[in-house]
Design a protein around this ligand. Sequence first.
Ligand SMILES: [Zn+2]
Length: 260
Amino acid sequence: MDAKRRSYLQALTEAPIGTFSTIGDWTKPSSFERPVDRKLLTSPAAIEKIRTQWNKTPIRFDLFFVNDPRADKAAVQGKGAVTLDFVRKYLQLTPQEFSDPSPDAITAIFTGNFGNDLVPPTGWMIAHRLGHALSATGNINGVWETATYKIDSIVTTLLKKSYRMRPDGSYVLPQGPVFGRVAEIWAAGQLGTMKSARDQRLSSVYEFVYELLAQYLLTGRVTLKPLTPVAAEDTVKYAGKIEGLLKSGLQSSVGKIFLL
Ligand SMILES: [Zn+2]
């Protein structure tokens, strides 16, 4: 597809953040403990930047951030897909704070900043965390799970196309023989064009999937670096496949509420 047609189609499908809402008293620590996180999510300039970063997403998102004792308990954190009843009963958000979710958007409720991602909730990080939410237990359809599984397989496929596997199962990489999962994580780091990949900070292939999701949401596409020059054509083809997988995973999540 040429660039002009691509940007025309993108303009048709672009759907920026609908709602960006902070619930609770953000002057005090609660479920969002760190001052830096609370400052960022309540700063008009920072919110504007996040909205701008997210304006290429193919799907509308309604984002809610809750800094409140009601959100400060394990029972409501990292749940993945939940029902509106769950939000009312366990998170106890009132209809004034959180109205019925839009059937045309992905709704995400962030109850804090925790887990392995203790970095400020920037536009990129919010998109990355959304990947965790889509993958969390409680997701009720398999499209996203299949997409992540297939992206994982693509990393392995590209690794196998570029590097020989020895009979003992190790890959002959430039740094020497490396086994299975470790070799795959190395390959993900080589394939990725985002900062975490360049800095070799990916801890798993799934973390790479969430980074690809962030790249896709914020730039409208996925870019990969070929592992070896001969693999360049394949790499472009597979980047396109990954875009399709992420898009179908996201589309299957429209109308749902994700609790992070
Ligand atoms: Zn992560």
